[in-house]
Design a protein around this ligand. Structure first.
Ligand code: F6P
Length: 454
């Protein structure tokens, strides 16, 4: 019988949230190993007034056993809002100017990782494969080792890893790099990320061992979902509301790494520079609010509210609103139907680990009449998406030109571009990602010294 996989990640998809888009990590992990026995361990998404970590609560979802713990208020502030999302997130996305640092946040981050490890150890069986995910939990492997865990440990970073000079801006960055030594297998999204993290590890005398394992989706499953959803009620409502206009669609968490202001300006430049599209195109941006307790995210939301208002004020007609902008999440199924209907998928992050929206958009298309993906060269997905129109998202004029090309492209060219993209999406599926990583983890040296725990 295959060994049980123990997944540790900060965010765990709770059963009732299954339909919502909760970010690349949960989508990829959930779709990757449908038939493996899994224990998924992480944060419950709740805070507690108690100052001690609670014992994990266990729930059964169809696809995994879920073990979650609450964070205390100060953990939430120092670990999640602070070090993970105000320090590491911007730095890993190359945004040194946005990153903030407080030593107390680093201490809280290390303490929460230790608490996660302490809560997980009693749940481990001797044969489990342990796979830790993302930037929230970099030191969790070292914390598990300190508690006596000797089995192979894997780590996967879903976000980019910047050049060492950028990562080196982080005070005490060596501590995190040394903590990586606890892992037998380290995965990142692209060869560029692997080169960066390996260089950084070598610089603190840790043996480099990272490799690229591009994350993906379940292409056939998502295509089927999109086919069904495209004839559903929400797609029908969208269809009617567009009254024959072409749809340009963006779907992103409301995050400054996603390049939303630049994207809105790019769309405005399209209307200005290519007036033939006025009245003939509508852009829909779905941008569920995210991390709204972090000040930069609130500032971004205000900026987008203002920008969307200005663009519509300047360009709208009494019977046409060019930009529809929603800050709430939508069911995955509804979004799948919208992708299939969209003439253009607009995915323009300033920096992104992979970006699964790009892959979902491609998988959702009708092969007979597919739409076109406009994709930032700074998304990991761009490294393997030959058929997309690749742009630099910092230049709104370039976005406008690509939108014009996409909106006027003939069916044959769209079909041949789609075939190339779909082949890449199928090759780099969620299943291929997990199989590749887990095969490497299973092959890792079983135990450095006899197992002291479990
Ligand atoms: O996929 C990248 C990621 O940062 C995940 O680690 C995270 O869970 C997700 O995006 C959504 O962010 P958050 O958990 O902060 O809502």
């Amino acid at each position: 019988m295959p060994r049980r996989i123990v997944i540790a990640s900060n965010r765990v998809p709770m059963p009732k949230e299954r339909a919502a888009a909760t970010g690349g990590l949960t989508v990829a992990v959930r779709d990757a190993m449908p038939r493996r026995r899994k224990l998924w361990f992480g944060w419950s998404g709740r805070t507690t007034a108690r100052e001690t970590q609670s014992l994990p609560s266990i729930a059964r979802a169809g696809w995994a056993e879920l073990a979650t713990i609450d964070l205390t208020e100060s953990d939430y502030r120092g670990f999640y809002l602070g070090f993970a999302n105000s320090t590491l997130w911007p730095l890993l996305h190359y945004r040194t100017g946005v990153a903030e640092y407080r030593r107390s946040d680093l201490e809280r981050y290390l303490a929460v990782n230790e608490a996660f490890a302490r809560a997980l150890v009693p749940l481990l069986d001797p044969d489990d494969l342990v796979w830790v995910h993302d930037y929230h939990l970099i030191p969790m492997g070292a914390a598990l080792r300190a508690l006596g865990v000797r089995r192979p440990l894997g780590f996967f970073l879903h976000v980019p890893f910047p050049p060492p000079e950028v990562f080196g801006v982080l005070p005490h960055y060596e501590r995190l790099l040394r903590a990586l030594d606890a892992y037998d297998v380290i995965g990142v999204q692209t060869p560029r990320d692997a080169a960066h993290i390996n260089q950084a590890m070598s610089s603190v005398a840790v043996a480099p061992r990272a490799d690229a394992f591009p994350v993906g989706i379940d292409p056939a499953g998502f295509a089927a979902l999109a086919r069904r959803a495209a004839v559903g009620r929400d797609s029908e409502r969208l269809h009617q509301s567009l009254a024959g206009r072409a749809l340009v669609l963006g779907v992103d968490r409301l995050d400054y790494s996603k390049g939303l202001p630049q994207r809105f300006r790019g769309f405005a430049a399209l209307l200005q520079r290519f007036p033939e599209h006025r009245l003939a195109v509508t852009m829909l941006q779905i941008a569920p609010v995210s991390r709204s307790d972090v000040v930069q995210y609130r500032t971004l939301r205000r900026e987008l509210d203002e920008l969307a208002g200005r663009i519509n004020g300047e360009h709208a007609e009494f019977d046409w609103i060019p930009l529809r902008y929603l800050t709430r999440g939508m069911a995955r199924q509804t979004v799948a139907g919208f992708y299939r209907y969209a003439r253009v998928g607009l995915v323009t992050p300033l920096r992104d680990g992979m970006n699964l929206v790009a892959k979902e958009y491609v998988a959702a298309q009708d092969p007979e009449d597919p739409g076109i993906l406009v994709l930032s060269r700074f998304a990991g997905a761009a490294e393997d998406m030959p058929g997309a129109l690749i742009i630099n998202p910092f230049d709104p004029d370039e976005t406008a030109e690509a939108l014009h090309v996409a909106l006027t492209m003939g069916r044959e060219e769209r079909q041949s571009r789609w075939r190339e993209m779909m082949a890449a999406v199928e090759r780099t599926s969620a299943a291929a990602w997990a199989q590749g990583f887990l095969a490497r983890l299973e092959a890792a040296a079983p135990a450095r010294v006899p197992e002291a725990v479990c």
